[in-house]
Design a protein around this ligand. Structure first.
Ligand code: SAH
Ligand code: SF4
Length: 385
């Protein structure tokens, strides 16, 4: 007897689902119904899919599953930020973070366990590379976060705090691929997940509200522009090749001139008419007036906006966050040159909600609770020791 793995429906494209259902004699609209049950309604049991024929449901139950990686930790920050740590096996963890704001709710998700690019300011980079995530594992982060947030919304509506719950802050309107990993080095699986995010029968997000962040994988930026143009953020972090070679080692392969040319090619397809340049503010490393002047020259070559990111320090990096006054001045220099510039608010500081931080900590579980101020954390679930 051969035992085959159930097919995880979470990772299937609309076409793959139609083909699967077709093999059992089902019409394409059945596949659409099934896709809506899985992604829109967040069903995890075929028994719940009451408008599907009983026979179809039992075929599904026999051959398929709806499976997300188990959540090992869920945390809530005092500012409403939420973070989930998923166990993806072999002692690897990945994370997703939900950031509520007045006018939107943004989910930040991961694309790889670890990362090969090894930027010295990034704790994901310090972990080395473990493996690429599958489409099911990438979209599973959105599936899970939406279910949890919707359940909360439901209970707030029926519960005593109905008035206190501001609805928009509970809903995921934007997804950013700014968690762990380099999305464009896991292109095929990320592409599958992006297409599901945009699919009206799955998550129905607007292209303008789905952002891929890349350290500058030039050939894949071109492919993304052709295959599935979504909003693009480029992690610039340095205004010249000498410094960028150190801060974003991938620059040695795809230097700035090549990267900027790729940004301009991308803009021909992009749903927004600018690229967001992310620029991490590192004290004494990339934050001087001279750096700002060089950046202004770069900004004249690409339609762009700048997002300055206060560095989230971690012990091994040996780097420091630029003082707030320096960040303000740097932003002012760029704005004086007519460049739209924002400074990222630090959110969820009390739960280390920056790129790769908790997954880094969790390998050292014994001390995690001493390092994070527990008055600010509600640790909801810790299934594994
Ligand atoms: N690999 C992609 C996407 C994931 S990193 C990329 O590099 O763009 C997402 C963002 O988090 C990047 O802009 C990255 O520079 C930033 N980041 C990484 N480590 C950080 C830290 N310690 N503090 C603040 N931002 C960090
Ligand atoms: Fe990888 Fe992005 Fe971290 Fe650099 S910043 S190591 S590219 S995840």
């Amino acid at each position: 007897m051969s035992i085959t793995e159930p097919i995880n429906l979470l990772g299937l494209s609309a076409t793959e689902l139609t083909d699967l259902v077709g093999q059992w004699g089902g019409k394409p609209f059945r596949a659409k119904q099934l896709q809506r049950w899985v992604h829109q309604r967040g069903a995890d049991s075929f028994d719940d899919m009451t408008d599907l024929a009983r026979e179809f449901r039992s075929q599904l139950a026999e051959h398929c599953s709806i499976q997300v990686p188990p959540v090992s930790i869920e945390q809530r920050s005092t500012d409403g930020t939420r973070k989930w740590l998923f166990d993806v096996g072999k002692n690897n963890a990945i994370e997703a973070v939900f950031i509520p704001e007045d006018d939107r709710g943004t989910l930040c998700i991961s694309s790889q366990a670890g990362c090969t690019v090894a930027c010295p300011f990034c704790s994901t980079g310090y972990q080395g590379f473990n493996r690429n995530l599958t489409t099911a594992e990438i979209i599973g982060q959105l599936w899970h976060a939406r279910r949890v947030l919707q359940a909360d919304l439901q209970s707030a509506r029926t519960g005593a705090d109905a008035q206190a719950a501001p609805e928009p802050t509970r809903v995921i309107s934007n997804v950013v691929m700014m968690g762990m990993g380099e999305p464009l080095l896991n292109y095929d699986q990320v592409l599958g997940a992006l297409r599901l995010m945009l699919d009206d029968n799955a998550y129905g997000l607007s292209r303008r509200r789905v952002t891929v962040s890349t350290s500058g994988v030039v050939p894949m930026m071109d492919r993304l522009g052709r295959d599935c143009p979504v909003a693009l953020a480029v992690s610039l972090h340095a205004p010249n090749d000498a410094l960028r070679d150190r801060l974003v080692p991938l620059n040695r392969k795809h230097p700035l001139a090549e990267l900027l040319a790729a940004c301009n090619r991308y803009l021909e397809h992009a749903p927004r008419d600018f690229i967001t340049f992310e620029y991490i503010m590192l004290d004494g490393v990339n934050d001087t007036d001279q750096h700002a002047r060089e950046l202004i020259t770069i900004a004249q070559q690409v339609r762009c906006k700048f997002n300055l990111i206060p560095f989230n320090p971690f012990p091994q990096s040996g780097l420091k966050r630029s003082p707030a006054a320096r960040v303000r001045l740097f932003a002012q220099r760029l704005m004086d040159a007519g460049i739209v510039t924002t400074v990222r608010k630090t959110r969820g500081d009390d739960i280390a909600a920056a790129c790769g931080q908790l997954a880094g900590d969790v390998k050292d579980r014994t001390r995690i609770n001493q390092r994070l101020p527990d008055r600010a954390i509600i640790e909801i679930k810790q299934e594994r020791g």
